[in-house]
Design a protein around this ligand. Structure first.
Ligand SMILES: Nc1ncnc2c1ncn2[C@@H]1O[C@H](COP(=O)(O)OP(=O)(O)OP(=O)(O)O)[C@@H](O)[C@H]1O
Ligand SMILES: [Mg+2]
Length: 188
């Protein structure tokens, strides 16, 4: 089965034809948040985790060192009870199971060079059945699911306003929900 076929099956690539669908695929952006410490990241991760279930895909974007793995780790801790989850930098995918039995995939696609490698990983099935936390989702190309939660992290400049008492830099967070996420982000 080629990737386009998979996309049709799961609705990944189709553009909405009817007005109702168009509404569902709207994009919802939230006001930016600041995460000023690892504790705040952990709290934010818990709030995101509480909204996740099987078939949800979360894109974690931002430059090198922006805090993508740290946030994924917080979500994994909240859902799977695993602290200090390893970064999938070299393994590409680490899999877990949530306390309610849903598979959770944590992927770092930085080293993916061709879309064929995504097929080998089995990401298409994971997008349907698992909770997927994806770092470097720009590597997905045609495999990009239309319904997804995007969390973009960035480190603003190194001025005093952006540092906490220990000198750690704040992370700025932008959240964008696509598809049914529009109604799932209230009070985040
Ligand atoms: N909110 C935060 N406040 C302070 N430090 C943070 C915060 N989030 C992450 N860090 C620190 O930033 C460093 C880089 O974080 P992390 O490895 O999560 O980045 P990354 O975006 O996954 O990087 P890469 O692109 O290399 O995968 C770590 O030392 C982490 O502890
Ligand atoms: Mg990382």
């Amino acid at each position: 089965m080629n990737s386009v076929h998979r996309g049709v099956k799961t609705g990944f690539h189709r553009l909405p034809l009817r007005a109702g669908f168009a509404k569902r695929l709207d994009m919802t952006s939230h006001l930016p948040l600041a995460l000023c410490s690892l504790d705040e990241t952990r709290d934010f991760g818990r709030r995101i985790a509480a909204r996740l279930g099987a078939g949800d895909v979360v894109f974690l974007t931002g430059g090198l060192g922006a805090g993508k793995t740290t946030l994924a780790r917080a979500i994994i801790e909240a859902l799977c009870g695993v602290s200090d989850a390893p970064s999938p930098t070299y393994t590409i995918v680490q899999t877990y199971e949530t306390e309610s039995g849903t598979p959770l995939w944590h992927a770092d696609l930085y080293r993916i060079e061709e879309e064929a490698e995504l097929e080998e990983l089995g990401l298409d099935d994971a997008f349907e059945d698992a909770i997927c936390l994806i770092e470097w989702p720009d590597r997905l190309g045609e495999w990009c699911p239309q319904t997804r939660l995007e969390i973009d992290l960035s480190m603003p400049g190194q001025d005093d306003k952006n540092q906490d008492d220990n000198g750690a830099l704040k992370r700025q967070v932008r959240i964008t929900g696509r598809g049914d996420w529009e109604t799932r982000l209230d009070d985040i």
